[in-house]
Design a binder for this molecule. Structure first.
Ligand SMILES: [Zn+2]
Length: 523
């Protein structure tokens, strides 16, 4: 415990939360003016596969100004950058990059003290956040009630979305600290859809944040529905719990509550290599257990403990809705999801899904009923006629760029990057299609042109790319000596010799640096 407190005192260096909770872009146009100070803004948007254009208008209030425009993928890797300069007349530049597959991207803008009016316009394969009639930007699976209060309308769709697509994330992260081994998480990477996220990237921190997002939205706008508190589950949680610390030192799944700097923290055991449960927590059947568990732990902070009976010390005396115990809260929430007292849109799902979830909720409730109470037990539950309540989801004509499956491969040069050694260049190729690709060649070309001082006439290097399954990538470091990284720009091209049909034939090439054709760029 002493070690934990010390670790808390030397928590990780501060990093702006803005990067975790960027503003979802509602419009493809960002307009503004400098503030006389150096400022930094983060936005998120989803881009489909294909070319994304970035048009920048910038001018200085006086003298000259420099701005930074960067786009990152979920791993925090920079996939586009442009550092425009301008004087007091507006300078317009148009740039573009190829986005290899549909994903959530983070846009970072930085302006200096001399920045005047600016305008950044995105075009091409950009999908903007959904706007409701209440003016709110909401993640998929969240709708609004008659008073414009957002709540979950389709839990399945909601759990496919990342925190970065959700304006509630900044609120959640300012209300609750998420720590790993006592160090505050400064960046929780995620890419949509969650079902396609590699399992190792569905981290304990991300899973917890997903559970907190469910808690935030599940009973929003309701009051008087919970027997143990007047408002929502979220407000009740926030009233006492300051954060969560995921630590290898915890032996129970979760425990409440430790103190860090005098504030209450729920400690949680990481899933470790429990791949089964990590995978399950992508969907409601798995995540509901964590949401209910957080309810259980929060109840302990109300001074309600466990008792010993029937040979176990992890028991509750009785099920009493006038004074619900920790397991009582878990049981109560489970019934509320099952019968729609708390409607998270189970009724909108496919029949097999509804049946599967109902079965699971029933078995969980039965387990607590039979195994966790000493005397009076909660009632026996049966499957309600309308599992989860009525479906309130409004079908919106959301335009998603998902083209129908073609069965064809689509090799894309995802990234060119420089290795530490000056003559080594790394190229990443991905199959963004939905069919396997056959083996082929990749050409890396220096566009330095004919220059006898470079010591070689060779301008093209070639490597073999193995066959790739859909969504798989291949990376190779190419040694271009005696040329060096500065003898660019570099163009990487997947050579299909136009003999193999691809779902997209126009994205086989990438030039790096992407702004190498521009003018007056720094760095
Ligand atoms: Zn407990």
């Amino acid at each position: 415990m002493v070690a934990l407190l010390l670790a808390a005192a030397i928590a990780a260096a501060y990093q702006s939360n803005d990067r975790i909770s960027p503003t979802p872009l509602k419009s493809n146009l960002i307009k503004g003016a400098g503030t006389g100070k150096k400022v930094e803004y983060y936005y998120s948007f989803t881009a489909g596969q294909g070319e994304v254009s970035v048009t920048v208008d910038l001018k200085a209030t006086s003298g000259s100004t420099g701005a930074e425009i960067e786009i990152f993928n979920r791993d925090g890797a920079k996939i586009f950058y442009y550092y425009p300069n301008a004087i007091s007349t507006t300078e317009r530049t148009a740039k573009s990059f190829v986005n290899p597959s549909r994903q959530l991207l983070i846009l970072r803008l930085q302006f200096d003290r001399s920045a005047g009016d600016y305008q950044i316009k995105l075009g091409g394969a950009v999908e903007l956040a959904q706007t409701t009639q209440c003016g709110a930007v909401l993640p998929d699976g969240v709708g609004v009630n008659a008073s414009c209060v957002p709540h979950i309308t389709n839990i399945e769709k909601f759990l496919e979305t990342c925190p970065g697509s959700d304006p509630a994330t900044s609120t959640i992260l300012s209300d609750f600290e998420i720590r790993r081994e006592n160090v505050k998480a400064s960046f929780i990477p995620c890419t949509q859809p969650i079902s396609k996220l590699p399992l190792k990237d569905y981290t304990d921190q991300l899973i917890l944040l997903q559970a907190l997002r469910v808690i935030y939205y599940m009973d929003r706008g309701m009051s008087g529905h919970l027997p143990w508190t007047k408002g929502t589950v979220y407000d009740w949680l926030k009233a006492k719990v300051h954060g969560f610390n995921i630590t290898d030192q915890e032996t129970a799944a979760a425990r409440c509550c430790g103190q860090i700097d005098g504030k209450l923290f729920v400690t949680m055991k990481p899933l470790g290599n429990d791949d089964f449960n990590r995978d399950r927590r992508r969907v409601w059947i798995g995540l509901q257990g964590l949401v209910a568990l957080i309810g259980h732990e929060r109840r302990h902070a109300d001074g309600i403990g466990h008792v010993t009976c029937k040979g176990s010390d992890n028991m509750d005396q009785s099920y009493d809705e006038k004074n619900l115990s920790a397991f009582g809260v878990q049981w109560w929430l489970t019934r509320a999801w099952l019968n729609g007292t708390i409607n998270i849109g189970l009724g909108c799902l496919a029949k097999e899904k509804i049946d599967e979830i109902a079965e699971w909720h029933l078995s969980e409730a039965k387990g607590w009923r039979e195994g966790r109470f000493c005397d009076s037990l909660p009632p026996v539950l049966t499957k309600p006629a309308l599992v989860g309540g009525k479906c309130n989801e409004v079908q919106s004509p959301l335009t998603v760029n998902d083209s129908s499956p073609t069965g064809l491969p689509d090799l894309v040069v995802v990234r060119i990057s420089f290795e530490p050694s000056p003559s080594q260049i790394r190229v990443l190729v991905g199959n963004a299609g939905d069919g396997a690709s056959t083996s082929c060649y990749l050409a890396l070309q220096s566009l330095a042109g004919d220059d006898s001082s470079l010591g070689t006439k060779q301008r093209v290097w070639s490597v073999k790319v193995p066959s790739l399954d859909p969504r798989k990538g291949f990376t190779e470091v190419i040694d271009v000596s005696p040329l060096t990284q500065t003898n660019g720009p570099w163009r990487a091209t997947v050579d299909r010799s136009n003999t193999v049909k691809e779902s997209n034939e126009s994205n086989n090439s990438l030039i790096f640096p992407p702004n190498s054709a521009g003018k007056r760029e720094s760095r």
